[in-house]
Write a protein that binds this ligand. Structure first.
Ligand code: IPM
Ligand code: MG
Length: 356
Protein backbone atom coordinates (compact mmCIF):
# COMPACT_ATOMS: atom_id res chain seq x y z
CA UNK A 1 0.00 0.00 0.00
CA UNK A 2 1.42 3.41 -0.87
CA UNK A 3 1.65 5.86 2.01
CA UNK A 4 -1.39 8.16 2.11
CA UNK A 5 -0.70 11.87 2.57
CA UNK A 6 -3.50 14.41 2.87
CA UNK A 7 -2.62 17.85 1.50
CA UNK A 8 -4.42 20.83 2.98
CA UNK A 9 -3.07 23.76 0.91
CA UNK A 10 -5.55 26.26 2.40
CA UNK A 11 -5.34 29.96 1.62
CA UNK A 12 -2.96 32.66 0.39
CA UNK A 13 0.50 31.30 -0.37
CA UNK A 14 -0.55 27.87 1.02
CA UNK A 15 -1.11 26.20 -2.39
CA UNK A 16 2.20 27.50 -3.81
CA UNK A 17 4.37 26.30 -0.94
CA UNK A 18 2.61 22.96 -0.54
CA UNK A 19 3.08 22.23 -4.26
CA UNK A 20 6.81 22.92 -3.85
CA UNK A 21 7.12 20.65 -0.83
CA UNK A 22 5.30 17.84 -2.68
CA UNK A 23 7.90 17.95 -5.44
CA UNK A 24 10.63 17.54 -2.83
CA UNK A 25 8.75 14.70 -1.09
CA UNK A 26 8.24 12.86 -4.37
CA UNK A 27 11.90 13.11 -5.32
CA UNK A 28 13.23 11.98 -1.97
CA UNK A 29 10.69 9.14 -1.81
CA UNK A 30 11.72 7.89 -5.25
CA UNK A 31 15.39 8.08 -4.26
CA UNK A 32 14.70 6.19 -1.03
CA UNK A 33 12.49 3.48 -2.58
CA UNK A 34 9.01 4.30 -1.27
CA UNK A 35 6.04 6.02 -2.85
CA UNK A 36 3.49 8.50 -1.60
CA UNK A 37 -0.07 9.02 -2.72
CA UNK A 38 -1.84 12.31 -2.10
CA UNK A 39 -5.39 13.42 -1.51
CA UNK A 40 -6.03 17.15 -1.57
CA UNK A 41 -8.73 18.44 0.80
CA UNK A 42 -10.31 21.75 1.75
CA UNK A 43 -9.63 23.75 4.90
CA UNK A 44 -9.88 27.41 5.92
CA UNK A 45 -11.17 30.27 3.77
CA UNK A 46 -11.28 28.30 0.54
CA UNK A 47 -13.39 25.68 2.32
CA UNK A 48 -15.77 28.40 3.53
CA UNK A 49 -16.08 29.70 -0.03
CA UNK A 50 -16.74 26.27 -1.52
CA UNK A 51 -18.78 24.57 1.21
CA UNK A 52 -19.69 27.17 3.85
CA UNK A 53 -17.63 25.20 6.40
CA UNK A 54 -13.93 25.86 7.22
CA UNK A 55 -13.53 22.16 8.08
CA UNK A 56 -15.78 19.96 5.92
CA UNK A 57 -16.54 16.43 7.17
CA UNK A 58 -14.80 15.00 4.09
CA UNK A 59 -11.57 16.69 5.18
CA UNK A 60 -11.74 15.20 8.67
CA UNK A 61 -12.51 11.73 7.27
CA UNK A 62 -9.63 11.86 4.76
CA UNK A 63 -7.22 13.08 7.47
CA UNK A 64 -8.28 10.28 9.85
CA UNK A 65 -7.64 7.68 7.14
CA UNK A 66 -4.21 9.07 6.24
CA UNK A 67 -0.65 8.42 7.40
CA UNK A 68 0.22 12.10 7.63
CA UNK A 69 -1.06 15.56 6.74
CA UNK A 70 0.77 18.49 5.15
CA UNK A 71 -0.88 21.87 5.62
CA UNK A 72 -0.07 25.22 3.97
CA UNK A 73 -1.80 28.09 5.77
CA UNK A 74 -5.29 29.38 6.47
CA UNK A 75 -6.86 32.83 6.62
CA UNK A 76 -6.76 36.18 4.87
CA UNK A 77 -8.43 39.59 4.79
CA UNK A 78 -11.31 38.23 2.71
CA UNK A 79 -12.58 36.27 5.74
CA UNK A 80 -11.60 38.72 8.49
CA UNK A 81 -14.99 40.33 9.15
CA UNK A 82 -15.44 39.98 12.95
CA UNK A 83 -19.18 39.52 12.54
CA UNK A 84 -18.85 36.69 9.99
CA UNK A 85 -20.60 33.40 10.86
CA UNK A 86 -17.36 31.45 10.82
CA UNK A 87 -13.64 31.97 10.26
CA UNK A 88 -10.81 30.08 8.50
CA UNK A 89 -8.99 29.63 11.84
CA UNK A 90 -11.94 27.57 13.10
CA UNK A 91 -10.85 24.94 10.56
CA UNK A 92 -7.33 24.82 11.92
CA UNK A 93 -8.41 24.57 15.56
CA UNK A 94 -11.03 22.02 14.51
CA UNK A 95 -8.62 19.64 12.81
CA UNK A 96 -6.21 19.84 15.78
CA UNK A 97 -9.07 18.89 18.11
CA UNK A 98 -10.64 16.27 15.81
CA UNK A 99 -7.35 14.38 15.55
CA UNK A 100 -6.30 15.02 19.20
CA UNK A 101 -3.06 16.64 18.08
CA UNK A 102 -2.13 17.73 21.58
CA UNK A 103 1.60 18.33 21.10
CA UNK A 104 2.91 20.99 18.75
CA UNK A 105 6.66 20.71 18.18
CA UNK A 106 8.36 23.89 17.05
CA UNK A 107 12.13 23.63 16.66
CA UNK A 108 13.98 26.95 16.81
CA UNK A 109 17.40 26.45 15.27
CA UNK A 110 18.99 29.39 13.50
CA UNK A 111 20.88 28.45 10.33
CA UNK A 112 24.47 29.69 10.58
CA UNK A 113 24.14 31.07 7.06
CA UNK A 114 21.26 33.32 8.13
CA UNK A 115 22.59 34.61 11.45
CA UNK A 116 22.87 38.12 10.08
CA UNK A 117 19.26 38.05 8.84
CA UNK A 118 18.07 38.07 12.47
CA UNK A 119 17.20 41.41 14.06
CA UNK A 120 19.12 40.14 17.11
CA UNK A 121 22.87 40.21 17.59
CA UNK A 122 24.86 37.25 16.30
CA UNK A 123 26.60 36.76 19.70
CA UNK A 124 23.22 36.23 21.34
CA UNK A 125 21.64 33.81 18.89
CA UNK A 126 24.62 31.78 17.71
CA UNK A 127 24.33 28.19 18.98
CA UNK A 128 20.64 28.44 19.90
CA UNK A 129 18.80 25.11 19.62
CA UNK A 130 15.38 25.06 21.29
CA UNK A 131 12.57 22.58 20.82
CA UNK A 132 9.20 23.97 21.91
CA UNK A 133 6.37 21.65 22.93
CA UNK A 134 3.25 23.78 22.81
CA UNK A 135 0.12 22.09 24.20
CA UNK A 136 -2.39 22.34 21.36
CA UNK A 137 -5.87 21.08 22.26
CA UNK A 138 -6.65 22.77 25.58
CA UNK A 139 -6.45 26.18 27.30
CA UNK A 140 -8.49 29.28 26.43
CA UNK A 141 -8.36 28.12 22.82
CA UNK A 142 -11.06 25.56 23.57
CA UNK A 143 -12.60 27.04 26.73
CA UNK A 144 -16.24 27.96 26.98
CA UNK A 145 -16.83 31.53 25.85
CA UNK A 146 -19.67 33.97 25.75
CA UNK A 147 -20.93 37.51 26.00
CA UNK A 148 -23.59 39.17 28.03
CA UNK A 149 -24.95 42.60 28.80
CA UNK A 150 -24.94 45.56 26.45
CA UNK A 151 -23.37 48.92 25.80
CA UNK A 152 -20.49 49.89 28.09
CA UNK A 153 -21.49 47.03 30.41
CA UNK A 154 -21.23 44.31 27.76
CA UNK A 155 -18.75 41.68 28.89
CA UNK A 156 -16.99 38.77 27.20
CA UNK A 157 -15.27 35.77 28.77
CA UNK A 158 -13.38 32.68 27.68
CA UNK A 159 -12.41 29.98 30.17
CA UNK A 160 -8.86 28.74 30.63
CA UNK A 161 -9.10 25.04 31.46
CA UNK A 162 -6.51 22.29 31.88
CA UNK A 163 -6.94 18.74 33.19
CA UNK A 164 -4.29 16.61 34.87
CA UNK A 165 -4.17 14.14 31.97
CA UNK A 166 -3.76 16.92 29.39
CA UNK A 167 -0.72 18.25 31.23
CA UNK A 168 0.76 14.79 31.89
CA UNK A 169 0.76 13.67 28.27
CA UNK A 170 2.47 16.73 26.82
CA UNK A 171 5.02 16.96 29.64
CA UNK A 172 5.87 13.27 29.12
CA UNK A 173 6.49 13.76 25.40
CA UNK A 174 8.60 16.85 26.01
CA UNK A 175 10.66 15.18 28.75
CA UNK A 176 11.25 12.13 26.56
CA UNK A 177 12.45 14.43 23.78
CA UNK A 178 14.78 16.20 26.22
CA UNK A 179 16.41 12.85 27.04
CA UNK A 180 17.33 12.48 23.38
CA UNK A 181 18.82 15.99 23.31
CA UNK A 182 20.65 17.93 26.05
CA UNK A 183 18.54 16.43 28.87
CA UNK A 184 17.04 19.72 30.04
CA UNK A 185 13.34 20.59 30.23
CA UNK A 186 11.91 24.02 31.06
CA UNK A 187 8.22 24.33 31.86
CA UNK A 188 6.68 27.78 31.36
CA UNK A 189 3.56 28.92 33.20
CA UNK A 190 1.95 31.83 35.04
CA UNK A 191 1.41 30.05 38.36
CA UNK A 192 1.73 33.28 40.34
CA UNK A 193 -1.64 34.38 38.93
CA UNK A 194 -3.54 31.60 37.14
CA UNK A 195 -5.17 28.52 38.67
CA UNK A 196 -4.73 26.36 35.54
CA UNK A 197 -1.02 27.25 35.67
CA UNK A 198 -0.83 26.09 39.31
CA UNK A 199 -2.32 22.75 38.27
CA UNK A 200 0.11 22.64 35.34
CA UNK A 201 3.07 23.27 37.65
CA UNK A 202 2.04 20.60 40.19
CA UNK A 203 1.46 17.96 37.54
CA UNK A 204 4.66 18.76 35.63
CA UNK A 205 6.68 18.64 38.86
CA UNK A 206 5.22 15.24 39.79
CA UNK A 207 5.75 13.71 36.32
CA UNK A 208 9.36 14.92 36.30
CA UNK A 209 10.16 13.67 39.82
CA UNK A 210 8.50 10.29 39.38
CA UNK A 211 9.29 9.48 35.76
CA UNK A 212 12.22 11.64 34.65
CA UNK A 213 14.47 12.15 37.69
CA UNK A 214 17.48 12.09 35.36
CA UNK A 215 16.28 15.08 33.28
CA UNK A 216 17.32 18.55 34.51
CA UNK A 217 14.07 20.41 35.11
CA UNK A 218 13.21 24.02 35.78
CA UNK A 219 10.20 26.31 35.78
CA UNK A 220 10.01 29.87 34.39
CA UNK A 221 7.13 32.34 34.48
CA UNK A 222 5.91 33.27 31.00
CA UNK A 223 6.64 37.00 31.30
CA UNK A 224 10.21 36.29 32.38
CA UNK A 225 10.50 33.72 29.59
CA UNK A 226 9.63 36.39 27.02
CA UNK A 227 12.72 38.24 28.23
CA UNK A 228 15.09 35.27 28.58
CA UNK A 229 14.25 34.04 25.08
CA UNK A 230 15.90 37.02 23.47
CA UNK A 231 18.60 37.70 26.07
CA UNK A 232 19.93 34.17 26.63
CA UNK A 233 18.27 31.74 24.19
CA UNK A 234 21.21 29.31 24.35
CA UNK A 235 20.25 28.39 27.93
CA UNK A 236 17.15 26.46 26.79
CA UNK A 237 16.87 22.97 25.37
CA UNK A 238 13.27 21.67 25.43
CA UNK A 239 10.52 24.06 26.54
CA UNK A 240 6.99 22.86 27.35
CA UNK A 241 4.09 25.25 27.79
CA UNK A 242 0.37 25.82 27.46
CA UNK A 243 -1.43 26.58 24.21
CA UNK A 244 -1.70 30.38 24.46
CA UNK A 245 1.75 30.95 25.98
CA UNK A 246 3.23 28.65 23.34
CA UNK A 247 1.51 30.53 20.53
CA UNK A 248 3.02 33.82 21.67
CA UNK A 249 6.47 32.59 22.70
CA UNK A 250 7.05 30.69 19.46
CA UNK A 251 6.28 33.74 17.34
CA UNK A 252 8.77 35.65 19.49
CA UNK A 253 11.30 32.82 19.16
CA UNK A 254 10.87 32.81 15.39
CA UNK A 255 12.80 36.06 15.29
CA UNK A 256 15.91 34.27 16.55
CA UNK A 257 16.42 32.55 13.18
CA UNK A 258 15.54 35.81 11.49
CA UNK A 259 12.56 34.79 9.42
CA UNK A 260 9.28 33.04 10.04
CA UNK A 261 9.80 31.75 6.51
CA UNK A 262 12.27 29.11 7.71
CA UNK A 263 10.35 27.46 10.54
CA UNK A 264 8.42 24.17 10.35
CA UNK A 265 6.19 22.59 12.97
CA UNK A 266 4.69 19.19 13.73
CA UNK A 267 1.45 18.53 15.58
CA UNK A 268 1.26 15.05 17.06
CA UNK A 269 -1.26 12.98 19.01
CA UNK A 270 -0.92 9.75 20.95
CA UNK A 271 -1.51 7.75 17.75
CA UNK A 272 -2.93 8.45 14.30
CA UNK A 273 -1.54 10.82 11.68
CA UNK A 274 0.57 13.87 12.49
CA UNK A 275 -0.02 17.26 10.90
CA UNK A 276 2.91 19.25 9.52
CA UNK A 277 2.93 22.90 8.55
CA UNK A 278 5.10 25.99 8.34
CA UNK A 279 4.75 28.30 11.36
CA UNK A 280 4.09 31.31 9.14
CA UNK A 281 0.67 32.39 7.94
CA UNK A 282 -0.98 32.74 4.54
CA UNK A 283 0.89 35.98 3.59
CA UNK A 284 -2.00 37.42 1.53
CA UNK A 285 0.17 40.36 0.42
CA UNK A 286 2.34 38.10 -1.73
CA UNK A 287 -0.14 35.29 -2.52
CA UNK A 288 -0.27 34.27 -6.18
CA UNK A 289 2.97 36.08 -7.04
CA UNK A 290 5.09 32.93 -6.92
CA UNK A 291 7.69 34.52 -4.64
CA UNK A 292 6.88 32.91 -1.26
CA UNK A 293 9.68 31.13 0.56
CA UNK A 294 8.90 27.37 0.37
CA UNK A 295 11.66 26.33 2.80
CA UNK A 296 9.55 26.20 5.99
CA UNK A 297 7.08 23.89 4.26
CA UNK A 298 9.90 21.78 2.82
CA UNK A 299 11.35 21.51 6.34
CA UNK A 300 7.85 20.59 7.60
CA UNK A 301 7.85 17.81 4.99
CA UNK A 302 11.17 16.63 6.47
CA UNK A 303 9.53 16.50 9.91
CA UNK A 304 6.71 14.47 8.34
CA UNK A 305 9.23 11.99 6.95
CA UNK A 306 10.89 11.66 10.35
CA UNK A 307 7.96 11.65 12.79
CA UNK A 308 5.12 10.02 10.83
CA UNK A 309 6.88 7.80 8.29
CA UNK A 310 10.00 6.83 10.24
CA UNK A 311 12.10 7.82 7.19
CA UNK A 312 14.96 9.42 9.09
CA UNK A 313 17.48 9.18 6.24
CA UNK A 314 15.08 10.86 3.82
CA UNK A 315 14.41 13.61 6.38
CA UNK A 316 18.12 14.25 6.82
CA UNK A 317 18.57 14.39 3.03
CA UNK A 318 15.94 17.13 2.77
CA UNK A 319 17.36 19.12 5.69
CA UNK A 320 20.86 18.82 4.26
CA UNK A 321 19.67 20.03 0.86
CA UNK A 322 18.11 23.11 2.48
CA UNK A 323 21.36 23.82 4.33
CA UNK A 324 23.32 23.50 1.07
CA UNK A 325 21.00 25.94 -0.69
CA UNK A 326 21.66 28.49 2.04
CA UNK A 327 25.39 27.77 2.10
CA UNK A 328 25.45 28.43 -1.65
CA UNK A 329 24.06 31.89 -0.95
CA UNK A 330 20.65 31.28 -2.50
CA UNK A 331 17.84 33.29 -0.89
CA UNK A 332 14.21 34.20 -1.34
CA UNK A 333 13.26 37.84 -0.71
CA UNK A 334 12.14 37.33 2.92
CA UNK A 335 15.56 36.04 3.99
CA UNK A 336 17.56 38.83 2.45
CA UNK A 337 17.76 37.81 -1.19
CA UNK A 338 17.63 41.41 -2.38
CA UNK A 339 17.89 41.92 -6.12
CA UNK A 340 19.12 38.32 -6.61
CA UNK A 341 16.12 36.75 -4.85
CA UNK A 342 14.90 33.41 -6.12
CA UNK A 343 11.19 32.91 -6.60
CA UNK A 344 9.32 29.93 -5.14
CA UNK A 345 9.87 27.65 -8.13
CA UNK A 346 13.58 28.49 -8.40
CA UNK A 347 14.04 27.78 -4.71
CA UNK A 348 12.29 24.41 -5.04
CA UNK A 349 14.53 23.59 -8.03
CA UNK A 350 17.58 24.60 -6.01
CA UNK A 351 16.60 22.18 -3.23
CA UNK A 352 15.85 19.36 -5.71
CA UNK A 353 19.26 19.87 -7.34
CA UNK A 354 20.98 19.37 -3.96
CA UNK A 355 19.03 16.32 -2.83
CA UNK A 356 21.38 13.58 -3.89
C1 IPM B 1 -0.49 29.20 15.08
C2 IPM B 1 -1.47 30.23 14.63
C3 IPM B 1 -2.87 29.77 15.00
C4 IPM B 1 -2.92 29.64 16.51
C5 IPM B 1 -4.00 30.68 14.49
C6 IPM B 1 -3.93 30.87 13.00
C7 IPM B 1 -5.34 30.20 14.92
O1 IPM B 1 -1.17 31.48 15.17
O2 IPM B 1 -0.57 28.04 14.63
O3 IPM B 1 0.39 29.53 15.88
O4 IPM B 1 -3.16 30.61 17.23
O5 IPM B 1 -2.73 28.52 16.99
MG1 MG C 1 0.65 31.54 16.25
Amino acid sequence: MPIQIVLLPGDGIGPEIVAGAVRVLDRVAADSGFSLSYSEQLIGGIAIDQTGNPLPEATIAACRASDAILLGAVGGPKWDDPSAKTRPEVGLLGIRKALSLFANLRPIVPFDELLDASPLKREIIEGTDILFFRELTGDVYFGESGRSGSGAEETAYQQMVYSVSEVERVVRLAAAAARERRNHLTSVDKANVLEPSRLWRQVAQRVMTEEFPDVKYDVVLVDAMAMHLISRPRDFDVVVTANLFGDILTDEASMLPGSLGMLPSASLGADGPGLYEPIHGSAPDIAGKGIANPLATILAAAMLLRHSLGQTDAAVKVETAVRRVLADGLRTADIGGGADSLNTEQMVEAVLARLS
